[in-house]
Design a binder for this molecule. Structure first.
Ligand code: HEM
Length: 449
């Protein structure tokens, strides 16, 4: 069958509409940095409201073409489709990895720079084994990892040091101070206490992530990747008690598992988790009613063993709904697939634009409001497709860990303290939440409660 006959019935965007999708939806994500953010561009994107432009662009196409999926005018060798319908989004996420593979070509070109055998860019039996390994080590199916208490202690210690810095700075907190403490937590949780001050490791990974931002446009830095993997192997061999490295040692592996290609993803993905946590702190600072609920929860939960912090978790999820750190979820069809109004060829890259689904103000009154109850009252979720951690069989296996570490960090920072954004007008509960919140220039003043 020819490409034309396969696409019969599916709507096709014009050339100018395709260019507009590239310009408004894809380019800003690429420019901000898909694997490591470029702070200056994030600031620019915030000022220029580029994220709002992207949502409006997709809304306009949906209003014109209906549910789609909308085929874009891409080269014959690389068909691309924009997913516009919540039902289609759910189908794609549920039918992963067959016929909708996670190993999409653009994603492969990016992640292969530092973790070419990672589960997300693997397929078939290799993906199955690597995904199984990630699920086992990260305990994807448990709300609280069995090392949860240990990780909570690590957060408490590092937050304690950060609080000392905050006091010395007269109550001032900014991103640089926060991320320094956050990275210490991440290295201890993933690799063990001896990695606490291994900033060189984080630096090496950051350099590779900066290369990865360029995808296939960069030839790669082989020696850096070798260096990173050797450093990681040393930590995995040490398998320090109370860390994910120890879990790796306990978890069965075979010749295709390639643990050292899975670990860089954990370290990398904890970085946006820090962004989401810091933005959640800003949301709470700007919403006095929700901040009081957070304080009440902290006072109630902290004295108990293994505090759950349900409200703080919901606040982080809201931060990720409003400002998803993975705005484009990508899949690639492995065979021709049938839709209500036509066929889509095999090897089509499918773009799911999370902000379009998360902030659909045409149907949802509270699309731009901070509403943690959304995550606490499941009936509120019914009309929505929320995919901050993706969904279905390809859902992020680290999601519970993110919420555990993030909620404990918030609890320790907020316990007995009050935070105000500088300037307070940066985020106002009386106004819609902005299309993007630049975490790099957020600053707080804090004082005892
Ligand atoms: C805010 C923080 C995070 C967000 C928003 C997030 C989101 C996501 C999303 C959307 C995916 C699916 C991507 C796709 O289908 O292309 C994913 C996959 C994945 N995430 Fe996360 N993630 C976060 C943090 C973490 C952490 C901390 C870990 C590990 C400790 C982790 C481990 C993974 C792994 C291993 C995969 C690949 C799963 C697979 O192969 O199916 N993530 N994440």
């Amino acid at each position: 069958m020819t490409k034309e006959s396969l696409q019969h019935g599916l709507p096709r965007a014009s050339v100018s509409e395709t260019l507009a999708v590239m310009n408004d939806v894809m380019l800003p994500s690429v420019a901000k940095g898909v694997i490591i953010r470029r702070p200056r561009i994030v600031g620019l994107a915030e000022r220029m409201k580029l994220d709002q432009r992207a949502i409006l662009r997709v809304q306009r196409l949906e209003a014109k073409y209906g549910p789609g999926p909308l085929m874009l005018r891409s080269p014959d060798s690389k068909p691309m489709a924009l997913v516009l319908d919540p039902g289609h989004a759910n189908r794609i996420l549920e039918q992963t990895p067959e016929p909708f593979a996670t190993a999409e070509w653009a994603k492969r070109s990016v992640l292969a720079h530092f973790e070419p055998h990672m589960s997300l860019i693997s397929h078939g039996v290799e993906r199955a084994e690597r995904r199984r390994f990630n699920d086992d080590v990260l305990q994807s199916h448990c709300a609280v990892h069995h090392l949860g208490d240990r990780f909570a202690t690590v957060v408490q210690e590092e937050a304690g040091e950060l609080l000392q810095d905050i006091r010395q700075a007269g109550g001032h907190l900014d991103w640089d101070a926060f991320v320094d403490a956050w990275n210490r937590v991440v290295r201890r949780v993933v690799l063990g206490d001896t990695a606490r001050d291994d900033r060189a490791l984080t630096e090496t990974l950051s350099k590779l992530r900066a290369v990865a931002n360029w995808g296939f446009l960069h030839p790669g830095r082989e020696h850096l990747r070798k260096d990173l993997h050797e450093r990681l192997l040393r930590y995995l061999e040490r398998a320090e008690k109370g860390s994910l490295a120890a879990e790796v040692a306990r978890t069965s592996c075979n010749e295709v598992t390639q643990p050292v290609h899975q670990v860089p993803q954990w370290l990398t993905a904890f970085n946006p988790a820090g962004m989401a946590t810091f933005r959640a702190l800003a949301l709470l600072a700007a919403h006095p009613g929700e901040s009081e609920r957070a304080q009440a929860e902290i006072a109630h939960d902290i004295p108990h063993a293994s505090p759950r912090f349900g409200f703080l978790r919901a606040s982080i999820l809201e931060s990720l709904r409003l400002w998803p750190t993975v705005p484009l979820v990508l899949r690639e069809s492995t065979v021709a697939t049938q839709w209500e109004n036509g066929w889509m060829p095999a090897n089509t890259s499918m773009l799911l634009h999370a902000p379009f689904f998360h902030r659909d103000d045409r149907y949802l009154d509270d699309a731009h409001r901070f509403n943690p109850d959304l995550w606490l009252q499941p009936e509120q979720m019914e009309q929505r497709v929320l995919m901050p951690f993706s969904e279905g069989t390809g859902i992020c296996p680290g999601r519970h860990l993110v919420l555990l570490v993030g909620s404990h960090m918030l609890a320790r920072l907020l316990e007995g303290r009050e935070y105000r954004l500088k300037p307070p007008t940066r985020l106002l509960s009386s106004k819609p939440m902005p299309p993007l919140l630049n975490n790099y220039d957020l600053t707080f003043e804090s004082r005892l409660h």
